[in-house]
Design a protein. Structure first.
Ligand SMILES: [Zn+2]
Ligand SMILES: [Zn+2]
Length: 1218
């Protein structure tokens, strides 16, 4: 652009004409006739400046430049730009080089800007003076920044030879651009230099001035002048009422620290703040002394007639004052600062002191503009938040040089901030020392959000710097997690006001309330600036331990998955010695399912769960969602209470108490326990991750409504009734009596639909009864129910939920009243007709329902609670339970049972391979099932009978939360009786289950009840597992064998004996069992011990047990039968073999027949199917006497463990009987 073609002479004329018009319109007083003199002065001034650059291509006029008015800049200049009339292109190139490789220099425009420099924003006097600087012409006014202001410039017309213009961000329509004046303005009309004062000005020097403050009356009527070197300028503090700043003058010769502070608060003098330059000397005229309200000391302040002048030694003389009068008061003692006295004790260890220093550096990065965080010189952080830095916010960007006076340096503040932080308080000033040549980064709308919330954190919540830095980062993290899909940035980061709290602040509040309790004292600007010693929020700090983190749901899920697999160890799942006796099949089955619960406190820093609650219309489950993804969750309103209120959908949930559950499914082919540590035998592994928590532990924040409609990614359902405006809706109440399982079901094809073979679809049904007729919305309330034709008609109804209405599944529970709401104009009989009936009439009759209604996708459900309907049933009464007698009876006519139970164990049953979470449409041939062993809770009985519950296809995978330790209410399970008369239960399509409580976070294994064996004769009332002190009376049988780990055939000499054996490995495992007779003086019992318990029963130590088993390896099997006292044992082996002999001797010796503490469970699941035999009479021969006595039948027990009694007195009944 520098190489312009030679302009025709008439273009020079055109330029001059345009200049004249511009000057007349823009610079001359409005309404006046053209000012020839002004026009000439302007053109001369432009010419001189233009020629000063030296290379003017031979043109006397800058023809390529055009005049621009303030208004033109504001309206037409939408991009940042700069203009340098006096610069050659090489000067511009050199300047632009400073932008560096990553920055973009401001593009150069050819514009001529003229205007008056002023500190008045409008035509109003005084009130509008806030210390800001403006460029003004007839068309408007623009704020500007200037590095070295000469106060004499104010009010004069200037040509600005070098400047940058930065328009407001594109999204900020109400914002204003600003000018950065890069070089000193050129006066259009050279000012007539005012001659100095005729006689030297009488001045006071700082030392005298500060002594004068302590003398009353000396200065009455006199307004002295003060002279000295500027040692410090405070920040310009603006409050609602007025603004002020403080400057300190020191004497060149006076000792360090001897300085005097002068408060400047006259609006017209606030602009001095831009003219003051520390290190230079000034004279301030016409000062007076005032006492600051609320403080005990007096300070110098300016009067309206004060002036700020540069100090010229030849123009001043020291004012002689006699200061021999009495002192007004002693130096005010420094006030004890309240905080230092409070934490005096713990101060040395925890509290650090920041360093006060001055620093000059260049801004190299923007960390967070709304939070006032920048990077300086590539390695320091700069936090401007503890000053009011509104005007600086526009200027500060990479490339800007700053001088920071009396700035605090805080090192290792913690909380995730690694670099040292520079932070100025009100005491020190941030002085602009160089503008940036860089174009500001294109700032998106959301990047600029939150400025007023961040200010609130500092000025209202009074957060210390470490916590402020953490909070700003946490808010950014939250914004990344939730915005803009779940929330808009402005919703998360809006300014908090009493009626309209900021969501972001609410999410942080529980943490901030602990670390910085609200209600601390506000900052006092006067104290912060004036008080000696200095006291401010940045002075002392404690290193912050990062209080918590807000991981995204995907991070949480992945972390959980990783930790669960890292912790997966088959050897810990199956510890020795138990595992050494398991066959391959048993081993792999036991490894196939396991679970892990991770608590937030186990990670550092503690994790806080945040997400938007949603109900999946595809899966029917509840989910937490954030931008990264979703995580299924199982939520209880509180202990034993399900979640029923659908208004929680769409709410923001925050909780610190939750369990991250990882269910591990492993398909493996471990040949035997020896290979358990070899991961190569794991064929497939999969994890199911979900979250469990109580709503009562969570913070639930409703998200402002209008958003939900725009956020299409969120729950697609229509929202419940909106509070504003009339809505056409109708509704009907119903009481839910039973809910069926959520599973894939076949439905009849509605007439007119595609008649192809219907695929089973995910659905569920609930049965209940209508409460009253249909109601219409009247205003914001529901009108009266429509009268029914026949009040006595059966009101029972079956509601079918399929398609996207499965999302209501988790909210529907028996015993609660719900309102079914249909949007749209009133449709007669909308809730009456079944529509196209989807359930065969016969099934409806069986269900006892008169009608069947399919819930439409757009219908909604609300929990109805009010004075007429209590918010829910009393759970203990409402959940129907089968009595224990009915549950355990063999009566099969009543085969549906309901009960609450604690899950004791969960295993995957045959056949392997284990089922993997079904992929829709996937073909799976294996028909595995999940077995839950539960302890049934019965109100009327102490004992908790154990039952097995089987879950098979199509109920797999099992619902969330069926974990060992959890308490669950099962309704309408099918009761079955096994061939050996054990009772077990199976899931049915009508089965309803409700998790009552999650597994306890810490498992405290309660000791088994210690009982007398006779207590077991009470049948079903007896505890299922217990311990007893008893005596081993005799051994009935003993069997030791080696079997093939693969096919369980006998393995003599370690070789599988199966016909045509194709067993992949020749691994054999030992198995053992022993049957003992024990008694404790109250009753006798036959106890079966297996595998490693046999070793304890025989009183053998591990090495003895191993060598015993090794000696059986040859024959493969040793079995001994002891047919009674004194009888010869029968044996599979030859009687006289040493091994048999040894075992026979051992089993009859006192090392086996001894007192023990036996833990056991009933060998058979309790049932009343086979009633206990009554006691029978038995004849005994005792010497010559024949005794006839009533003998109870023998109790059959399985051994859980055998322990040696600690001391004789613990033998219970046995010791009593002696
Ligand atoms: Zn400070
Ligand atoms: Zn085999």
């Amino acid at each position: 652009m520098e190489a312009n073609p030679a302009p025709a002479p008439d273009s020079e004329q055109a330029w001059l004409e345009a200049a004249q018009t511009f000057i007349h319109e823009t610079l001359c007083p409005a309404g006046s006739s053209p000012d020839v003199q002004l026009t000439q002065s302007v053109i001369d001034c432009v010419k001189t400046t233009w020629l000063s650059q030296g290379k003017n291509q031979g043109f006397p006029l800058p023809l390529s430049y055009s005049f621009v008015s303030v208004q033109d800049l504001k309206t037409h200049q939408n991009l940042p730009c700069c203009s340098h009339l006096s610069w050659s292109s090489s000067a511009y190139q050199a300047w632009a080089q400073e932008a560096g490789p990553n920055g973009t220099p401001l593009p150069r425009e050819r514009l001529l800007l003229l205007g008056t420099l002023t500190d008045l924003s409008g035509d109003l006097e005084q009130e509008s003076r806030k210390g800001d600087l403006y460029v003004k012409d007839n068309t408007g006014v623009l704020t500007c920044e200037l590095i070295d202001l000469d106060l004499s410039w104010l009010g004069h017309l200037f040509l600005f030879p070098s400047w940058s213009y930065l328009p407001p961000a594109r999204w900020n329509s109400s914002g204003e651009g600003h000018l950065e004046l890069l070089s000193a303005p050129v006066p259009v009309c050279p000012s007539t230099t005012s001659p100095g004062p005729p006689s030297p000005l009488p001045v006071l020097y700082p030392e005298t001035a500060s002594r004068l403050l302590r003398h009353r009356g000396k200065l009455r009527g006199v307004q002295p002048n003060l002279a000295g070197k500027l040692v410090r300028v405070s920040a310009l503090v603006r409050s609602q009422k007025k603004a002020h700043f403080v400057l300190s003058l020191g004497g060149g010769s006076s000792p360090a620290g001897s300085h005097v502070s002068i408060v400047v608060q006259i609006p017209a003098q606030l602009v001095w703040h831009r003219a003051l330059w520390p290190g230079r000397s000034y004279v301030l005229t016409a000062l007076r002394v005032v006492r600051i309200r609320g403080h005990c000391y007096r300070v110098w302040t300016t009067s309206p007639s004060s002036h700020l002048l540069p100090l010229k030694p030849e123009c001043v003389r020291e004012l002689e004052l006699e200061l021999d009068g009495p002192l007004l008061e002693a130096d005010p003692a420094p006030l004890p600062t309240p905080s230092s006295s409070q934490d005096g004790d713990r101060e040395p260890a925890l509290i650090r002191h920041s360093t006060l220093l001055s620093y000059t550096g260049k801004v190299t990065g923007v960390l967070s503009q709304p939070a006032g965080l920048y990077e300086v010189d590539g390695q320091l952080a700069l936090c401007l938040a503890y000053q009011q830095f509104h005007s600086l916010r526009k200027v500060v960007r990479p490339g800007v040089s700053l001088e920071l006076q009396d700035v605090h340096l805080l090192q290792s503040v913690g909380g995730g901030t690694r670099r040292p932080v520079l932070a100025p308080c009100l005491h020190g000033a941030i002085l602009l020392r160089g503008f940036s040549c860089q174009k500001p980064e294109n700032q998106s709308f959301y990047q600029a959000q939150g400025a007023s919330l961040f200010e609130q954190l500092v000025w209202e919540r009074q957060l210390g710097l470490p916590l402020y830095l953490w909070a700003t980062r946490a808010l950014e993290e939250l914004a990344c997690k939730l915005c803009p899909h779940m929330l808009r940035h402005h919703q998360l980061l809006q300014h908090s006001s009493p009626g309209n709290p900021s969501l972001g602040l609410q999410l942080l509040a529980p943490v901030l309330d602990v670390l910085a309790p609200p209600g601390s004292t506000r900052r006092n600007a006067h104290k912060e600036i004036l008080e000696e010693p200095h006291h401010c929020p940045l002075q002392k700090y404690t290193r912050l331990q990062t209080p918590c983190s807000f991981p995204t749901l995907t991070t949480l899920k992945e972390e959980g998955r990783c930790r669960a697999w890292a912790a997966f160890d088959p050897k810990t799942l199956l510890p020795l010695p138990e595992s050494s006796h398991l066959t391959s099949c048993q081993l792999n089955q036991r490894v196939s399912w396991s679970w892990l619960s991770l608590l937030p406190a186990t990670s550092h820093p503690a994790q806080i769960l945040i997400g938007v609650l949603a109900a999946s219309s595809h899966k029917g489950c509840l989910q937490l969602r954030d931008k990264s993804g979703s995580l299924p969750c199982l939520i209880l309103a509180k202990h034993c209470q399900p979640i029923t209120d659908s208004r929680f959908i769409g709410c923001l949930v925050r909780t610190e108490k939750f369990q991250l559950v990882i269910e591990r499914n492993v398909r493996s082919n471990f040949p035997s326990y020896k290979e358990l540590n070899m991961t190569g035998f794991i064929q497939k592994q999969q994890a199911r991750v979900y979250i469990q928590f109580f709503l009562a532990d969570a913070l639930i924040l409703p998200v402002p409504r209008p958003l939900l409609h725009s956020a299409t990614s969120l729950t697609p359902q229509a929202e419940p009734t909106l509070p504003d405006g009339p809505h056409i809706e109708q509704s009907r109440l119903f009481l839910l009596s039973h809910k069926e399982a959520l599973m894939k079901r076949n439905f009849c094809v509605p007439p007119g639909a595609n008649p192809e073979v219907p695929k089973p679809i995910l659905s569920f049904c609930v049965s209940g009864s209508w409460l009253g007729g249909t109601q219409r919305k009247e205003g914001t309330a529901w009108g009266p129910p429509e009268p029914k034709g026949d009040e006595n008609k059966d009101q029972k109804v079956l509601l079918v939920f399929r398609g996207s209405s499965v999302r209501w599944f988790e909210f529907l529970h028996p015993g609660y009243v719900y309102r079914l709401v249909a949007p749209g104009p009133p449709t007669p009989l909308l809730f009456e007709e079944g529509g196209p009936s989807c359930i065969p009439q016969r099934a409806l009759e069986l269900a006892g329902c008169a009608s069947c209604l399919t819930v439409q996708d757009e219908w909604t459900l609300e929990l109805e609670s009010g004075p007429d309907f209590p918010a829910g049933p009393d759970t203990s009464k409402a959940l129907p339970k089968t009595s224990l007698d009915d549950l355990l009876s063999g009566n099969s006519s009543d085969s549906l049972v309901s009960f609450s139970a604690e899950i004791l164990s969960r295993t995957l049953c045959d056949p392997l391979p284990a089922p993997f979470w079904a992929k829709p449409g996937g073909t799976r041939t294996s028909r595995a099932s999940v077995k839950l062993t539960v302890a049934v809770e019965a109100a009327d009985c102490q004992s908790r009978p154990h039952l097995d519950i089987y879950i098979k296809e199509p109920h797999l995978p099992p619902p969330l939360g069926l974990l060992p330790g959890a308490r669950v209410y099962f309704s309408q399970l099918e009761k079955k009786i096994s061939r050996c008369h054990n009772i077990y239960c199976c899931f049915r399509p009508s089965t309803y289950l409700q998790v009552l409580s999650f597994p306890p976070e810490t498992t405290i294994s309660a000791p088994l009840p210690h009982i007398f064996l006779a207590e077991l004769l009470q049948g079903g009332r007896a505890p299922f597992q217990a311990s007893a002190s008893c005596h081993i009376v005799s051994v009935f049988s003993l069997q030791l064998l080696w079997v093939c780990a693969h096919c369980t055939s006998l393995c003599p000499q370690g070789r599988c004996t199966r016909q045509g054996s194709t067993c992949p490995t020749q691994t054999s495992v030992s198995q053992a069992s022993i049957r003992l007779l024990v008694e404790d003086g109250t009753a006798e019992a036959v106890v079966t011990c297996r595998n490693h318990h046999v070793a304890t029963a025989l009183g053998l130590c591990p090495s003895e047990w191993t060598s015993l088993l090794e000696s059986v390896r040859g024959p493969g099997k040793v079995a001994l039968q002891f047919t009674g006292p004194g009888a010869q044992p029968e044996s599979s082996a030859k009687v006289d073999e040493p091994l048999t002999l040894f075992l026979r001797t051992l089993c009859t010796s006192f090392s086996v027949l001894r007192p023990v503490v036996l833990s056991f469970e009933l060998e058979r699941k309790p049932s009343t199917v086979t009633p206990l035999e009554p006691p029978r009479l038995q004849r005994f021969q005792c010497g010559e006497l024949t005794l006839l006595t009533r003998v109870n039948p023998k109790i059959r027990l399985s051994c859980l463990s055998i322990q040696e009694p600690k001391h004789p007195s613990s033998l219970g009944a046995f010791s009593l009987s002696c």
